[in-house]
Design a protein around this ligand. Structure first.
Ligand SMILES: C[S@@+](CC[C@H](N)C(=O)[O-])C[C@H]1O[C@@H](n2cnc3c(N)ncnc32)[C@H](O)[C@@H]1O
Length: 267
């Protein structure tokens, strides 16, 4: 790890991602996986690739920022959204939703489908953000490999899906592509939770499976930022493995299993 630290510093400067706030365990584990995946056998080989190949920088950034995601990930969570949050959101006139740390966009498309089934999509804007610009470009395309579609269809059905997942995408070669009906409601943009303010105020903010990789101090700072982006009576959801490190910010847990909080003003 020590021999690679200078390269991570360079990557950090290039990408503006502040890795110093990620836990050391996360960085070490992700580096090991990256080195194995890339079949790198020595520090010299790492150095050569880093100094000669710009694509290698992109791959390393992807490896370190952990982009794993899926459609309707943690289907129980979407079930909780469906039955505990959407009935309240449906009383609002027009919705703004922020998917923070959206990776390649699967969470944003899942939300759009859920809202469509609830008749709420027409008046909704979903802002989907991630620190890694390559993820943002991927999300805009809305194209995903068909090889996980069975698993995704199962997730959708288990999340309480009322229709057919297939009606939202077309199949082209080995990919599915979501249609304009969903895409026009999703704005993808680059955003760093460590440095940037919330991109507006929202009725629902999701930041799932992102803060798990941050140090305690960073979790506290990012929680404040996320909470600052939630409107009064709006909701904040973090991942099922996560809980808010700091429950101030007028947030009250409405579901401890699925880590969903609501902002209620004290009187
Ligand atoms: C494991 S994925 C989670 C994706 C999705 N939220 C989910 O639950 O499936 C974590 C994402 O957080 C993003 N991320 C990491 N650090 C970030 C930061 N400082 N600001 C914004 N996004 C960040 C990564 O690029 C990655 O796409």
């Amino acid at each position: 790890m020590n021999s690679i630290t200078p390269y991570i510093d360079i990557l950090s400067k290039e990408s503006h991602v502040d890795f110093s706030q990620y836990t050391e365990m996360t960085i070490n584990r992700k580096l090991e996986e990256f080195i194995t995946d890339e079949k790198i056998i020595s520090p010299e080989e790492f150095r050569t690739k880093f100094t000669t190949d710009k694509m290698f920088h992109m791959k390393l950034l992807e490896g370190l920022t952990v982009r794993y995601t899926e459609l309707f990930r943690d289907h129980e969570f979407y079930m909780a959204l469906r039955y505990q949050v959407l009935p309240y959101l449906s009383t609002f006139s027009g919705l703004r939703i922020w998917s923070a740390g959206c990776s390649t966009g699967e969470e944003a498309y899942s939300l759009a489908i859920l809202l469509d089934e609830y008749g709420l999509l027409e008046n909704t804007t979903i802002v989907a953000t991630d620190v890694n610009p390559a993820n943002i470009e991927y999300g805009k395309l809305g194209q995903y490999s068909t090889h996980r579609i069975r698993e995704y269809t199962r997730n959708y059905v288990n999340s309480g899906g009322r229709s057919q997942l297939g009606k939202y995408y077309s199949v082209r070669g080995g990919s599915i592509e979501f249609g304009e009906r969903l895409k026009k409601h999703i704005q993808f943009q680059q955003h760093d939770l460590v440095k940037d303010e919330a991109p507006g105020s929202f009725d629902l903010v999701l930041c799932r499976n992102v803060m798990i990789y941050f140090s305690h101090a960073l979790q506290t700072a990012v929680t404040a930022r996320l909470a600052g982006g939630v409107r009064c009576y709006g909701y904040l959801a973090v991942g099922m493995q996560e809980s808010l490190v700091n429950k101030a910010h007028q947030l009250t847990a409405i579901d401890n299993d699925y880590q969903i909080y609501r902002k209620v003003h004290k009187v």
